[in-house]
Ligand binder design. Structure first.
Ligand code: FEO
Length: 404
């Protein structure tokens, strides 16, 4: 790939990963990019590297602008493998460069590389680095996405290099938001932002609010947000910041997701009248079968909806394994501002619905109780109970939605 100019003398030198579909267990149907940025100034500066497999690609991009041996500074905003594992290749070519990194980043990076051979400088929030005509301001953003993370603001250009924040897993031939919405669609771009937030950043909503407010208090004008994944926000940085604030404040659609699995179709049969009940109460509804859906898609649909009904058969007195896996995964994401209920079929003693509620309570979710259990297979009478259950749940969701 040739470098792509963002602003005069500032280049994207990243790599496009068209083929990745499983990003550490997170489904990425659109692929992704690993973005990094080269600033041609008195001191040539590289911000971030890329995933190891794409070392040659970024080096080729850098070479299309300058001989890499002339790089003077390398900023590492985030040490996760998709961004920092080609640092050794870069440092082989620019051995006298200095790496700028947070203290936690340095401690993490030394678990992967021998740092003794490199010039390292640790930085913290508020530190600046003058590279000639431009000044870099470092802003630590711990837990967005790892404890080491920071963002780098290029003051004179009003560009925020935001590492994982504001990113999306999209592989595209274009680099900028205005290009993407023209050749594809704004809805696809926004959908990818929600997907990324739900699966990667959901646990960190409070930190996101704090960091955005910190940036606002610093009075930083932001004309462009350049994340380390996906599309660069050059026409609508304020839009993605607002999306993040909204999500951090618990914004969702007034809708219900029914996320279930089934053994012999009984729980599945329950989901249909439940869906009808929800719809007849005037609330949109989406039905997702876990074994037919990647986990990250189920997580995204959960996050987009104000209410979720989880359907699980009882197997050996506990939840069906895929449902247990989903709820365990969800608990790690620490969802907030959602209401949940559970339903399912059982043959002997039951137990799965009770367990699902225990899991909701561990997560601190608002619950709709009691859940609904059906013996073996829903009868016509049971189908009416399911319909009523869906309808009552939708009423509760509408009430709960008013709080946001
Ligand atoms: Fe894209 Fe947290 O790495």
């Amino acid at each position: 790939m040739k470098a792509v100019e963002l602003r005069k003398d500032i280049y994207w030198v990243g790599a496009i990963d068209w083929a990745i579909r499983d990003f550490h267990g997170y489904m990425t149907p659109l692929g992704t990019t690993y973005n990094n940025y080269l600033i041609m100034d008195d001191e040539i500066t590289l911000i971030d590297t890329v995933k190891y497999d794409f070392s040659d690609v970024t080096i080729k991009g850098i070479r299309s602008v300058v001989d890499p041996s002339r790089i003077k500074n390398v900023v590492i905003n985030h040490i996760e493998n998709d961004h920092a594992t080609s640092i050794d290749k870069i440092m082989e070519l620019a051995p006298s460069a200095t790496i700028y990194i947070t203290e936690k980043g340095r401690k993490g990076l030394e678990r992967f590389f021998d740092l003794s051979k490199w010039n390292m400088k640790t930085v913290k929030s508020g530190d600046t680095l003058s590279i000639g005509r431009r000044t870099l301001l470092f802003i630590e953003t711990p837990m967005l996405h790892w404890p080491d993370s920071m963002m780098t603001y290029i003051k004179e250009e009003k560009i925020l290099v935001s590492q994982d924040g504001f990113g999306q897993h999209i592989a595209s031939a274009v680099r900028f938001d205005d290009e993407f919405v023209t050749c594809q669609s704004a809805a696809e771009l926004e959908g990818a932002v929600v997907d990324y937030y739900a699966n990667i950043l959901m646990p960190f909503g409070q930190i996101i609010k704090t960091k955005i407010s910190e940036i606002q208090k610093l009075g930083l004008e932001i004309e462009m947000i350049a994340p380390d994944h996906g599309i660069i926000w050059r026409t609508s940085p304020e839009k993605v910041m607002q999306m993040y604030l909204d999500m951090a404040n618990g914004k969702s659609d007034l809708s219900v997701s029914i996320i279930y699995d089934t053994m012999w179709h009984s729980t599945e049969k329950m989901s249909l009248p439940i869906m009808q009940g929800v719809k007849d109460e005037g609330v949109e509804c989406k039905v997702i079968k876990l074994r037919a859906t990647p986990m990250s898609v189920a997580v995204k649909e959960f996050w987009k909806s104000r209410g979720c009904l989880v359907g699980t058969p009882t197997l050996n007195n506990i939840m069906y394994p895929t449902v247990a896996e989903f709820l365990t995964h969800l608990r790690g994401l620490r969802p907030k501002g959602r209401i949940a209920g559970a339903f399912g079929s059982f043959g002997w003693g039951g137990g799965a619905v009770k367990e699902a509620y225990e899991e909701f309570k561990r997560m601190g979710l608002e619950t709709f109780e009691p859940g609904l259990q059906i013996l073996y297979k829903p009868s016509l009478e049971d189908e009416t109970k399911c319909y009523d259950f869906g309808r009552e749940f939708a009423k509760k969701v509408k009430e709960y939605h008013q709080r946001f």
